[in-house]
Design a binder for this molecule. Structure first.
Ligand SMILES: *Cc1c(COP(=O)(O)O)cnc(C)c1O
Length: 404
């Protein structure tokens, strides 16, 4: 089958909303991936912060197979053991008292935003429906989540969008204070803006947001879809910041590659999503939850979480080295294994060119906007793969410079 499928076939049968790379990967193991032609790549992209335990992790494969042989799906007319177990461990490991399962990040956010509105409607009034979000934030691609997201390009052409949403500059304490009122039902923040260029929130900003939400009876929502499940070296970034939200959304790494999302909240807030108020056919599906249970138990260990910080240091050290050999970057940002490399002003808009060159040298990278190279590798990427990947990256950066 694979022999007569190629990148041109994609153009013939797919809606043209993506523009994937020319080669088609067919196999992965750990932090290495092979394409149809047998070319090998080192994976610093990790499926956009999803493959947190690399490709084909034997224990995840085992968990998936075991559950597949027992029970795949029932719908939420019945509950299932893996879903209850997963909710139980998310509650044990975080501030949460209640969990809602979805199949993606956008769906988890959709549930969070609906819950915030419903909670305010139940406890205050229909007037208290305003949602404050940040400029350049990203919260998913459904109509509600692109509306809350702070990037115009994802909304353009899809209007009219839901009302009652405003955007304030990220990390600006005064702007948030000026925007919030008793009509605000929720403030939504990514502790580190991912798609927006790997921009960490300041601790003072998150603390101020917490204080302002308490003052105005608004819920604080942290979108940890990219920062969660060990990415920053803590299970969730809010734990590193020491600021606790009322609602947290998690997806991406939660399933290690199997689609699953979750919205975490406290018991008193959860009551607003009463019977019949919201739902999903697949959310909490036993296959997804069985895999996520295994992901969570493997990642929430000292070995893996401490390893994230150790690998962070190696990456930063080697990136500085790369930048001496081939000075292309002006700044390195991020926490743990959520890393952003800002291109020098002279190379503005050329992140995709560098990514393309890296691919030609056998390295998978990501971008976060036109000026930033993003890396979200496996949390357990072997040191040897980091070293080899950085060698390939250096060669790509040198070639990039020659082409300027
Ligand atoms: C990826 C992402 C989403 C959307 O998740 P999907 O699974 O693509 O719907 C939402 N918020 C943040 C911060 C993300 O990084």
């Amino acid at each position: 089958m694979s022999s007569n499928i190629n990148r041109d076939t994609f153009n013939q049968v797919m809606v043209p909303n993506y523009s994937p790379m020319a080669s088609i990967p067919v196999r992965g193991l750990g932090s290495r991936v092979w394409d149809q032609q047998g070319r090998e790549y080192i994976d610093f992209a990790g499926g956009i912060a999803v493959n947190a335990l690399g490709h084909s992790h034997p224990e995840l494969v085992q968990a998936l197979k075991e559950q597949a042989e027992k029970l795949w799906h029932l719908s939420n007319v019945w509950t299932n053991e893996p879903a209850i177990q997963l909710a139980q461990s998310l509650c044990t490991k975080t501030f949460a008292g209640r969990v809602y399962f979805a199949n993606s990040g956008a769906e988890a956010n959709e549930a969070a935003f609906k819950l915030a509105r419903k909670y305010a409607y139940d406890h205050f009034s229909a007037d208290k429906h305003e949602i404050i979000s940040c400029v350049n934030s990203f919260h998913g691609r459904t109509l509600f989540t692109v509306s809350v997201g702070g990037q115009d390009k994802y909304r353009e052409g899809f209007e009219p969008v839901p009302a009652g949403i405003s955007h304030v500059p990220f990390n600006d304490l005064d702007a948030l204070e000026a925007a919030i009122s008793d009509k605000t039902c929720a403030v939504v923040i990514e502790p580190i803006q991912g798609e927006g260029g790997i921009m960490p929130a300041s601790k003072a900003y998150l603390m101020k947001a917490r204080e302002l939400c308490d003052k105005h009876n608004a819920l604080l929502i942290f979108d940890e879809i990219q920062t969660g499940v060990g990415r920053t070296g803590q299970l969730y970034a809010y734990q590193a910041y020491g600021v606790t939200p009322d609602i947290l959304t998690t997806a991406k790494a939660l399933g290690g590659g199997f689609p699953v999302g979750a919205m975490l909240t406290t018991e008193p807030i959860a009551t607003a999503l009463n019977i019949g108020s919201h739902g999903s056919t697949y959310g909490g599906n036993p296959l997804a939850c069985a895999v996520a249970n295994k992901v969570l138990s493997l990642i929430d260990s000292e070995e893996v979480l401490n390893g994230v910080e150790k690998r962070h240091q190696i990456f930063i050290e080697q990136l500085r080295q790369l930048n001496k050999t081939a000075p292309v970057f002006s700044e390195f940002r991020g926490m743990g294994l959520l890393l952003g490399c800002e291109l020098q002003p002279a190379f503005k808009g050329k992140a995709r060119d560098l990514l393309q060159l890296a691919l030609e040298h056998g390295l998978m990278l990501l971008i976060a906007g036109p000026d930033v190279i993003r890396m979200t590798p496996s949390l357990i990427i072997p040191e040897e793969d980091i070293h080899q990947g950085m060698q390939r990256f250096t060669q790509a950066a040198e070639q990039f410079l020659q082409q300027q």
